[in-house]
Ligand binder design. Structure first.
Ligand code: NAD
Ligand code: UDP
Length: 341
């Protein structure tokens, strides 16, 4: 069996951390990325951390000829599909761009895989596909819904992959539903590097801590939660990356279904103010905040039941809140301009 794994979007935040874990587990990532939300510096840092050269091709998953070239040049065994656009607010303003990148890109990729005889795929889905859950913690068989184009794109791609599997059960499909990825590699060399003003909580808090922004706007203080602010299941990106390695290893197990849907979360919820306090401890800086209106589309509480991941993948999160904040702080303080510097 070839250990070559095609990693679409491998230069991005989760992709770069996954490349490190793949290499450490003996896999050989072949990265394709159009660098629309990343740069090749992240891959240079992956090389620095692992001491291995990373094979990468610059190009777009919507370019069928490009995909054929890569698939014919490399002996690809499986694919981890990260490439896509991910900002919820932007997806509402630019639905066509999101559907084109995420859905058309996935269809072109899956067609190229089939035609090149590659039938193992791990897909980056999201807890957003659960909409506003009626009960907690969230299990994989909960009803699915979407409230914005980004979420709908994830749901469509999940449906497409389920249909591909139903039509040909030689495919091996693992849908990983991530909760809230945070943190960075403990070296401080790779981390999350948003292009614009960060939409997500932790990158924003980190920029308040280094003085780039004056204060954090806390979106809503009147939710039905212990302190009134939103509760999420934050998961360390290195734990998440290790989940992908486990998903690839599970393809080789005969006793598992060929279609798996798995939550990757910790099972523990923290509020926005919990995160502010934890980050203050890690950074030693005060994080000023103001409670403002709720953000449209946000839900009060979201956390996983991660027990199925343990059962089928033998995976569970190992890194706690302190490590998530310490590692984010190390990355942010050592790279205040991200990879640009
Ligand atoms: P990211 O933006 O850092 O990484 C995505 C990578 O894909 C980038 O390097 C980008 O340049 C590349 N890319 C985008 N469109 C492409 C295309 N058409 N062709 C080739 N490359 C392309 O994002 P991330 O946080 O690493 O997320 C990775 C995946 O995980 C995404 O699919 C995202 O939707 C999903 N996800 C992320 C989160 C999160 O909070 N970060 C949560 C749930 C799911
Ligand atoms: N949040 C906030 N201020 C920000 C960004 C986020 O109060 O600047 C809150 C948001 O309302 C939610 C939590 O932080 O309760 C996590 O938001 P994020 O956008 O990181 O992830 P989501 O769960 O929305 O995908």
């Amino acid at each position: 069996m070839s250990k070559n794994v095609l990693v679409t979007g491998g230069a991005g935040y989760i992709g770069s951390h996954t490349c490190v874990e793949l290499i450490e587990a003996g896999f050989n990532p072949i990265v394709i990325d159009n660098f629309s939300n990343s740069s090749s510096v992240s891959l240079e840092r992956v090389e620095e951390l692992t001491g291995k050269k990373v094979c990468f091709y610059e190009g777009d998953v919507r370019d069928r000829q490009f995909l054929d070239t890569v698939m014919q040049a490399e002996e690809i065994d499986s694919v981890i599909h990260f490439a896509g656009l991910k900002a919820v607010g932007e997806s509402v303003e630019k639905p066509l761009e999101y559907y084109d990148n995420n859905i058309s890109g996935s269809i072109i990729l899956f067609n190229a895989m089939r035609d090149n005889g590659i039938k193992k795929v791990v897909f980056s889905s999201s807890a957003t596909v659960y909409g506003d859950p009626h009960t907690l913690p969230i299990k994989e068989d909960f009803p699915l819904s979407a409230t914005n184009p980004y979420g709908r794109s994830k749901l469509f791609i999940e449906d497409i992959l389920r249909d591909i599997y139903y039509a040909d059960n030689h495919w091996q499909v693992t849908l990983l539903r991530y909760f809230n990825p945070v943190g960075a590699h403990k070296s401080g060399r790779i981390g999350e590097d948003p292009n614009d003003i960060p939409n997500n909580l932790i990158p924003f808090i980190a920029r308040v801590a280094v003085g780039q922004y004056e204060y954090l706007s806390v979106f809503g203080g009147d939710y039905d939660t212990p302190d009134g602010t939103g509760v999420r299941d934050y998961i360390h990106v290195v734990d998440l990356a290790k989940g992908h390695v486990k998903a690839l290893q599970a393809f080789e197990k005969d006793d598992l279904d060929n279609l798996l849907t798995v939550n990757l979360g910790t099972g523990q919820g923290y509020s926005v103010l919990d995160m502010v306090k934890a980050f203050e401890q890690s950074s030693g800086n005060e994080i000023a905040y103001k409670i403002v209106e709720r953000r449209a589309g946000d839900i009060a509480t979201c956390y996983a039941d991660p027990s199925y991941a343990k059962e089928v993948l033998g995976w569970q999160a190992e890194r706690g809140l302190r490590e998530m904040c310490d590692d984010t702080w190390r990355w942010q303080s050592q790279n205040p301009q991200g990879y640009a510097a």
